[in-house]
Design a protein around this ligand. Structure first.
Ligand code: ATP
Length: 447
């Protein structure tokens, strides 16, 4: 993990937040390359969830959330982790993360009994700070999907089954944020809430688990690094009938990358008004505040149904960490030399191609390189960089290390015969092609 963290900082993927003031624990910033990688991952998810399907709509809701939403969702009551204090060194820990009941910091067994600690961040809303007007920073993106359920069926005339997808920030006041961007206090989620007829939920749950594993493999996560866990009944969240966790072999251990839960009729059943008009299977809190009926009509039977929900919920930051970890390689050559390589899938690479002029001070060569950059950039397939550092060897090494799939060199021969050299990141093979062929070549190699 240390090597990866150092590469991320050195090359501009990920920095610690507010480092110039000593940092803030559990918070990170994505630098010039990190923001591209993260956006590419999110775009890939959005494309597979929304564009490539015809049964999913998108949403981008607010982060600040009405307390009633998180009261009826059960978060106010149950979104807690067990907290213990070490009476000797005064450190605080998550009880289920410590071994043999010993303080991980000083080794003492002088610990308090675990007590529930709510993970939600609360903030004051409006100009009066008397504690009565507050909202929560959403602890997951899901709840605002449920509260928009009626808006979306009214504006799209959807019938079951259909889904609503949302990506965005979530906030949890984790007791012990750690392992780089694996467990942080501000992170991004990619969540789909897929609404289905009760009775069809188990089949849909299986389908979504399969789909999600396939998608992670398409992002470069190898089958061998993934483990599937059927969460034991005693560990299930209060709303879940069954949850499959997609676990990844992170550098610090095997942990959750994504959870796929069968949330039953709990969510829509919790937030609807007139709950008694429906046969809600799950145990919901009696709702005294909702002003909206959230059921959907079965067009054949005319019956109003509270749908079941299948939820694939993935963390963007954990995804970035897993993808970086899979792609990171040190290759050793027969002559004893080595190179660092980030073998990212091209659709995820922060920079799609680097255009390198052989001589940084030769105006003709630099102008030609700029033309090629503009030509490829205009294809709008991601960032194409003019890399005018004047040292080809160094440029190749840098682009191998940040995962750029191809480097294009413009030299004196280019000025004579309009050809360029394209070097492939993974094989290091070079081919000479004409400038006219470049757009096609570029496009084909990015797929
Ligand atoms: P964990 O058991 O690891 O705390 P969780 O079961 O609480 O995770 P969920 O509530 O299912 O997580 O959230 C869905 C996804 O959001 C997780 O699979 C993970 O990828 C991501 N996630 C949750 N908490 C964090 C966090 N603190 N930092 C980064 N990503 C997170």
């Amino acid at each position: 993990m240390d090597e990866l963290v150092s590469l991320c900082k050195r090359r501009g993927f990920i920095y610690q937040t507010n480092e110039i003031y000593g940092g803030l624990q559990g918070l990170y910033d994505y630098g010039p390359l990190g923001v591209e990688l993260k956006n590419n991952l999110k775009n890939s998810w959005w494309s597979s969830m929304v564009y490539e399907r015809d049964d999913v709509e998108g949403l981008d809701s607010s982060i600040l959330t009405h307390p009633h939403v998180l009261k009826y969702s059960g978060h106010e009551e149950t979104f807690t982790d067990p907290l213990v204090d070490c009476k000797d060194c005064k450190s605080r820990w998550r009880a289920d993360h410590i071994k043999d009941n010993l303080c991980p910091s000083c080794g003492s067994d002088n610990l308090t009994e675990p007590r529930p600690f709510n993970l939600m961040f609360k903030t004051n809303v409006g100009p009066v700070d008397d504690g009565s007007n507050y909202a929560y920073l959403r602890p997951e993106t899901a709840q605002q999907i449920f509260t928009n359920f009626k808006n979306i069926i009214d504006s799209t005339s959807r019938v079951l089954p259909f889904g609503i997808a949302q990506m965005g920030k979530a906030f949890r006041n984790e007791i012990t944020p750690r392992n780089f961007i694996f467990r942080v206090r501000e992170f991004e989620q990619m969540e789909l809430e897929f609404f289905v007829e009760p009775g069809t939920d188990e089949v849909w749950h299986e389908k979504w688990v399969e789909k999600r594993i396939e998608w992670w493999e398409n992002q470069g996560i190898s089958k061998e690094s993934i483990q599937i866990i059927d969460v034991p009944k005693k560990d299930l969240s209060h709303y879940s009938k069954k949850t499959i966790d997609i676990m990844y072999k992170f550098p610090h251990g095997v942990e959750e990358l994504e959870g796929v839960a069968n949330r039953t009729d709990f969510d829509i059943g919790s937030h609807t008004r007139h709950q008694k008009d429906f046969q809600i299977e799950s145990k919901v809190i009696e709702n005294e505040h909702s002003v909206t009926k959230l059921a959907i009509q079965n067009k054949k039977t005319n019956e109003w149904v509270i749908p079941f929900v299948i939820e694939p919920s993935a963390g963007v930051d954990r995804g970035v960490l897993a993808i970086l970890n899979e792609a990171y390689k040190i290759e050793k050559f027969d002559d004893g030399k080595e190179r660092t390589l980030l073998a990212l899938k091209p659709h995820l690479s922060p920079i799609k191609a680097a255009i390198i002029p052989l001589k940084r001070n030769n105006d003709e060569i630099v102008a030609k390189a700029l033309d090629i950059k503009r030509m490829l950039q205009n294809l709008k397939l991601g960032r194409v960089l003019l890399d005018n550092s004047g040292n080809i060897g160094k440029s190749y090494r840098r682009h191998d290390e940040i995962g750029t799939p191809m480097c294009i060199t413009v030299d004196f021969q280019t000025l004579d015969d309009d050809t360029i050299t394209v070097r492939d990141r993974d094989t290091m093979k070079q081919v000479r092609i004409s400038c006219g062929e470049a757009p096609n070549y570029f496009q084909k190699n990015l797929l």
